[in-house]
Design a protein around this ligand. Sequence first.
Ligand code: FES
Length: 118
Amino acid sequence: MNWIKALSQDELPANTRKVVKLEDKAILLLNHNQKIYAVENSCPHMKLPMRKGKITDDGAIVCPFHRSAFDLETGELKEWTPFPPGVGKLMGMISQQKPLAVFPTRVDEGNIWVGMES
Ligand code: FES
């Protein structure tokens, strides 16, 4: 595991999010419920950006395009392309279901670090 300094803690206040580039990947950092999450800013469905995805009460991030939902902590798929109604399900049937890539984070000496496979 390679720990990479992503931001200073001050740059990601509570309930904000920011996209950073780490090792050629766009990583979406979220400060949500007093925890820092790092997920790939690329939906596994059509590689569209997750940046504006809503977070559900049960801790999933929902892609703003076809509303696939993924566990924020583990990236586990919760729902695949339910939107738009009917069309979304058809799109889902011709695409391979995949989890969202997530990365461990830690805060150390005022900085946010993201762990990436080396
Ligand atoms: S691009 Fe995210 S669900 Fe289609």
